[in-house]
Write a protein that binds this ligand. Sequence first.
Ligand SMILES: [Zn+2]
Length: 354
Amino acid sequence: MEDHHYDDLKIILWLILFLVFGIIIITCKPENKDYVMTVNGPEAPGKLGIALEHEHILVDFIGADSTGYFRWNRDSVIERMIPLIAKIKDKGLRTFIECTPAYLGRDPWLLKELSRRTGIIFITNTGYYGSQKNKFIPESFFSENAEELAETWISEFRNGIETSGVKPGFIKIAVENDSVISPDHRKLVAAAGLTHLRTGMTIASHTGPDHLAFGQIEILKGLGVHPSAFIWVHAQRGTLEGITEAAKQGAWISLDNIRYRPGLESGAPNSIEWYADRIEAMKSALLLQKVLLSHDSGWYDPSKPRGGDINGYTDIFDYLLPELTSRGFTKDDIDQIMVKNPAEAFKIRIRKLR
Ligand SMILES: [Zn+2]
């Protein structure tokens, strides 16, 4: 009898232990915590480390009606790109945020293999690129409404991209550089807003000038999406007043295309000093925590022999960061821009207007 009693006690103790561990495991699930979505699944934002928030591995400009994975050989792309990735890894890079949308050369299998081979964290996206007269948008877009478009992108977030098992970590869209946002592109922005509200993925939109940024922010606000869910891509084409105002509202200011251009005079638009001036102005306005930086570089072009000429990803480390340091930026300031801001911007979290 005594032995049986002891057995019962053991079973109860095991059950308690099982329950406690179960609770620990459930509360530790990434759904209940801040996370970012990498090509290898959810990851703690603190693991991203130094990140480049807008770069490209491969871009195929042939158009949505003709592109496909058959257009490139993954092994050739990997062989060409690995030495370039190794160079930024040497600079301390941990995370490469790949901004190539679907129908423009997005390849989740390629990114996953590059991540495995280099140890770099890759993040990919969902969404459509509307710029360049909808050349990179599939035909189905035109007969679908914003809700239907959002369903496609939400499905990629929940079930993965095609059969790759890779889930997108953000929404990438692009609007045309016109005087107003066209009805088609208003639909694109609305679909991104609806997708955000259901998934928490941040919206990075190829934008450019002020009026397009504020036009998109207004569409998103109309849906109840907070501006902090919006990355103003190519904000270097906006005015200083514009980027300051958008950042005050909470939007992310992505200064892209940062490259050392030997032909440019020091301080001329798009020179390293010019970018440093902008970043310094944002620091003075106490808005450094909204700044994102990238080369918008790469990329392997499948229509060219061996992928053509490819820009590397090191100019920010080689030229811009030393320039900022010489202007009195501290290690904490640099850490803010290169580590903390990307981790915060790409967190999967629904940001609603109150
Ligand atoms: Zn880009």
